[in-house]
Design a protein around this ligand. Structure first.
Ligand code: C5P
Length: 222
């Protein structure tokens, strides 16, 4: 079977999480959602009540918090200082604040170190995020960069959230664009494909098609 590390990077709303979970299940690999770690870190910052532009206070709030991300019997577990925040991290408040928190270099250093420790425990692992192939695991076995047309991404996000109102879908599209611009233009670890990443465009592929393609690529590394 497959052993090694598969990195899955790309902008929001490409179906990265479902694809990463699907690939991990097919390969019997562990799965790490680094976006959940940045979201949990954002909960710590919001609860500390510090300004998002106060980088020192933001970094202190994150490094002082105990952040746990994993799965237990198939359900996502996300805790900050022992408190379950799995639902809260998907809410609008956290989603709005996560990009500025993630842009702080000391926050990234802290979480990247944790990510490398978690990955080192597994023989086979799929790691999802923005900078996994470029920064966190530059020597990964297989690097995937997942893209999709912006309209398709907004539609998929709306589907996940059960949103049907066109105005609300337009607002989601705007939200995705704003977050991607922020993530792509930050100085530390911007969102971009690694030079050796395979770019997979999921605009015209369903989730199973994308999973199958990545499993096929993984098989060719064995
Ligand atoms: O993937 P998800 O939408 O949960 O990620 C939330 C945010 O966390 C991203 O918009 C980005 O700002 C940040 N992030 C990051 N680096 C990662 C994963 C996520 O900066 N490796």
């Amino acid at each position: 079977g497959f052993t090694g590390q598969i990195t899955l990077d790309g902008p929001s709303g490409t179906g990265k999480s479902s694809v990463a979970r699907g690939v991990a299940a097919r390969l019997g690999a562990a799965y790490l959602d680094t976006g959940a770690m940045y979201r949990a870190a954002t909960v710590a910052v919001l609860d500390a009540g510090v300004g998002l532009d106060d980088e020192i206070a933001v970094a202190r709030a994150v490094t002082g918090a105990r952040i746990e991300v994993g799965t237990d019997a198939g359900t996502e577990v996300v805790r900050v200082d022992g408190v379950d925040v799995a639902e809260r991290i998907r809410g609008a408040e956290v989603t709005r604040a996560v990009s500025p928190v993630s842009a702080v270099p000391a926050v990234r250093r802290h979480l990247v170190a944790q990510q490398r420790d978690l990955v080192a425990e597994a023989d086979a692992v799929v790691v999802e995020g923005r900078d996994i192939g470029t920064v966190v695991l530059p020597d990964a076995t297989l690097k995937i960069y997942l893209t999709a047309a912006p309209e398709v991404r907004a539609q998929r996000r709306a589907g996940q959230l059960g949103v049907t109102d066109p105005d609300k879908i337009a607002a989601l599209a705007q939200d995705l664009r704003r977050r991607d611009e922020y993530d792509s233009s930050r100085a530390d670890s911007p969102l971009r494909p690694a030079a050796d990443a395979v770019v997979v465009d999921s605009t015209d592929l369903d989730q199973q098609g994308v999973v199958a393609r990545i499993v096929e690529l993984a098989a060719s590394t064995v």
